[in-house]
Design a protein around this ligand. Structure first.
Ligand SMILES: C[S@@+](CC[C@H](N)C(=O)[O-])C[C@H]1O[C@@H](n2cnc3c(N)ncnc32)[C@H](O)[C@@H]1O
Length: 274
């Protein structure tokens, strides 16, 4: 099932790899949900999808509760008359000032298909600032939205930081973490760097939490670039590393040369993580 959003760093291309190592469990937790590619293509009886991006979770909430009527509403923005720079920048201005959450949700989808490269970026005042993308005929993802609406009924949506989401974990959960990538240049003792609020301190905090959850018997998988930094941070996990051709990645760091890595903390049958 394809996500209805274009999302930088999405894991649709490596789903099979992830599914091969994702253990069975009662509940899937994705603290870095993004386009939710993993949730959409797995079958846990319960799920928590969480992300720090309020606009993303707001859109998911409307699609979850309003379904077809919300899809129809979103479609009204996808007409030839609005596919020009002037309309796009007017919508962007409205988006950055309105309190109408339903309108914001529809415009967020509009930007995803009409904005440059499907990027999602904000300035330091928190305003959405992606430029117009000049697509001839932007695709409206009707089928993908209907599929998402059905699938999401069984999931809890949360707008929050990964730390508070991970604190909700209990035995029987399976956690898939897909944080923004570490910079390719980061080394184990390189601490001063941050990209978009998610720096090496956050990467380390995530690795530490994964380790302590594993010690409580909760299995955690983390995706990232395979670098000296991640090899060190995830040293108590079982690591799989493989090549992937990548076109866009989180935070505009394009065409990375590093391998992709999956770190599995607390695999049952493996030596106790620690
Ligand atoms: C690599 S993307 C996830 C892609 C997703 N797995 C997919 O297939 O589309 C990383 C996500 O982490 C979110 N994020 C960044 N910092 C976060 C934080 N501190 N807590 C929770 N989510 C965060 C971003 O908004 C983004 O959606």
């Amino acid at each position: 099932m394809k996500p209805f959003l274009k999302w930088a760093g999405n894991k649709f291309a490596i789903l099979q790899r992830i599914k091969e190592i994702l253990p069975e469990g009662n509940r899937l937790i994705e603290p870095f949900a993004g386009s939710a590619a993993v949730f959409l293509n797995t079958d846990f009886s319960e799920a928590i999808l969480s992300d720090i991006n309020a606009d993303l979770i707001n859109l998911y909430q409307f699609l979850k509760t309003d379904g077809e009527s919300f899809i129809d509403y979103c479609r009204t923005f996808f007409v030839p008359e609005t596919n020009n720079a002037e309309s796009y920048y007017q919508f962007r201005q409205i988006f950055n000032t309105t309190d109408d959450l339903k309108l914001k949700a529809a415009l967020f989808l509009f930007f995803n298909r009409h904005g440059y490269n499907g990027l999602c970026r904000y300035n330091n005042k928190g305003e959405f600032n992606v430029p117009f993308g000049k697509y001839t005929k932007p695709y409206f993802p009707t089928q993908e939205m209907f599929a998402f609406h059905e699938k999401i009924q069984g999931a809890q949506l949360l707008h929050r930081d990964f730390i508070s989401t991970l604190q909700m974990a209990r035995p029987g959960d399976v956690i898939y973490c897909d944080p923004p990538y570490v910079p390719l240049t980061a080394t184990a003792n390189f601490t001063g760097y941050a990209t978009g609020g998610f720096g090496l301190a956050e990467q380390e905090a995530l690795a530490n939490m994964a380790r302590s959850l594993a010690q409580k018997g909760i299995q955690v998988i983390i995706s990232n670039h395979d670098t000296v930094f991640t090899q060190t941070a995830y040293q108590s996990a079982e690591i799989i590393s493989f090549q992937v051709r990548r076109f866009i990645s989180c935070k505009g760091e394009s065409r990375g040369q590093a391998n992709e890595m999956l770190a599995h903390f607390g695999r049952v049958g493996a030596a106790l993580a620690g």
